[in-house]
Design a protein around this ligand. Structure first.
Ligand code: TYC
Length: 101
């Protein structure tokens, strides 16, 4: 019996791998004004006013809301930029990221 041959150790080069995705999550707080949250969502996540209002209200009522899903670098950068916009105005507004399934 031939025991010298081994199975291929690498995946076929043609298989297209997709990068893992990360959710950006908006967290509710008691201090940031509602319309400021809406303006940040529009500026950083390119939402319409209606979309931003819906996300803000969901976070306000339920404590958190998924804003969008991106690759890791983009999710982390947008979460930082959005959190920083609040911080500059003295608000505790916070965005986090979480690996998506
Ligand atoms: N809860 C805030 C208020 O009543 C508004 C708000 C909504 C803040 C959503 C953060 O993620 C948030 N002024």
């Amino acid at each position: 019996m031939d025991t010298t041959r081994s199975r291929p150790k690498t995946k076929p080069a043609s298989k297209t791998e997709r990068p893992p995705l990360y959710k950006v999550i908006l967290l509710n707080d008691d201090f940031t004004p509602r319309d400021f949250v809406v303006s940040v969502l529009q500026a950083i996540f390119r939402m319409t006013e209606g979309e931003a209002l819906g996300v803000m209200l969901t976070a306000h009522r339920k404590g958190a809301c998924v804003v969008a899903v991106y690759t890791r670098e983009i999710a982390e950068t947008k979460a930082m930029q959005a959190t920083e916009k609040g911080r500059r105005q003295g608000y505790p507004l916070a965005f986090t990221t979480e690996r998506d399934a």
